[in-house]
Ligand binder design. Structure first.
Ligand code: ADP
Ligand code: MG
Length: 316
């Protein structure tokens, strides 16, 4: 297989859940089906694909259910919640894509791999967790959970206190070789959902789960590098990346080289919780040998893939 035609598509939160629309499973299926219009053009263009996706609302709901069931059903650690959403959301995307391919008379197999992602046991975020997860609590409740449940808790703006967990840097995908083999054979593989399940390597070489979450854009870049993709497509809810985003002097970006992207990142154009990880992922992928990163919205994806819109990050 020519790596010119291997791509990873990272689906953002709005591919499956939409702001202001109830996140029932029926709605999630319906949004997923709509979002496939962003993927079909790549399939028709002969690309071999892996698909990654976010899981923010879904893992939030999973944690909420754990809290509601406290004392009645066993507590699920974060790694299990991520694994559960990889499976559940993978099923949703997998079946929706199988049905769409069937209707389009395209013969490609689709499968989901529950993916573990290796992180450093001593990643700096382990001692300084910053990723907010789960519900808001009062300060008193939060401080009690710090003692009773060993949680790290911090105030999240002025809305209350929340649990914080590490968001370690993804280093490598445990199942990368298998995913690569399947993708090279032409199967469409859904992998690294929600950024994957964080695991570290023990002294004896075995894997152990970590109570943490991994950013899905960063994990997608590692996946793309490890399966030998040439193209990483990051689909979110903006058509183009911009400088001075949200300000009167906002300026959309068309094609930028990796060095320029790095400069803009250092200048603070891309915030940590949203566009920052996408640009970091883009830089890492290109510096690791990737040919092109395309960032656009789900609904403009077909045009972006055809070269009419979107932001491209390319080697210098
Ligand atoms: P996803 O679920 O796709 O990861 P995020 O909300 O994390 O979505 O990131 C996409 C958001 O990034 C956009 O909705 C936009 O509001 C925000 N954003 C921040 N800075 C920029 C920028 N410089 N250019 C474009 N969008 C930006
Ligand atoms: Mg995001």
């Amino acid at each position: 297989m020519n790596s010119d035609k291997i791509a990873v598509v990272a689906l953002g939160g709005n591919a499956i859940t939409r702001k202001g629309v109830a996140d029932t499973i029926a709605n999630q299926f319906s949004h997923t089906r709509e979002s496939l219009s962003a993927i079909i053009p790549l399939v028709k263009d002969g690309y071999h694909l892996a698909i990654a996706h976010g899981n923010g609302p879904q893992v939030g709901n999973a944690i909420f259910r754990v809290e509601l069931a406290r004392g009645k059903a066993p507590i699920l650690p974060l790694g299990i919640c991520v694994a559960d959403t990889e499976g559940g959301m993978g099923y949703m995307i997998e079946q929706s894509l199988q049905n769409r391919l069937h209707r389009e008379k395209i013969r490609r197999r689709v499968l989901t791999i529950v993916t573990q992602v290796i992180v450093g046991r001593d990643d700096p975020s382990v001692n300084n967790p910053t990723k907010f997860i789960g519900q808001f609590y009062t300060k008193e409740e939060a401080l009690k959970f710090r003692t009773d449940r060993d949680w790290v808790v911090k105030p999240d703006g002025d809305r209350g206190w929340r649990r914080v967990v590490p968001s370690p840097k993804p280093l490598s995908i445990v199942e990368a070789e298998s995913i690569k083999a399947l993708v090279h054979q032409g199967h469409i593989v859904i992998a690294a959902g929600g950024g994957g399940i964080p695991v570290y390597i023990e002294d004896d070489g075995t894997y152990e789960g970590m109570d943490a979450v991994i950013d899905k854009d960063r994990a997608s870049a590692v996946l793309a590098r490890e399966i030998g993709a040439s193209l990483l497509v990051i689909l979110t809810d903006v058509e183009r990346v911009a400088l001075h985003y949200g300000k009167p002097e906002q300026q959309s970006l068309d094609t930028v080289t990796v060095s320029i992207a790095r400069d803009y990142l250092a200048q603070g154009h891309f915030p940590a919780g949203s566009m920052g990880p996408k640009i970091e992922a883009a830089i890492n992928f290109i510096e690791g040998g990737g040919r092109q990163v395309l960032i656009s919205s789900i609904d403009k994806a077909a045009g972006a893939i055809a070269g009419k819109t979107g932001t491209r990050i390319v080697p210098d």
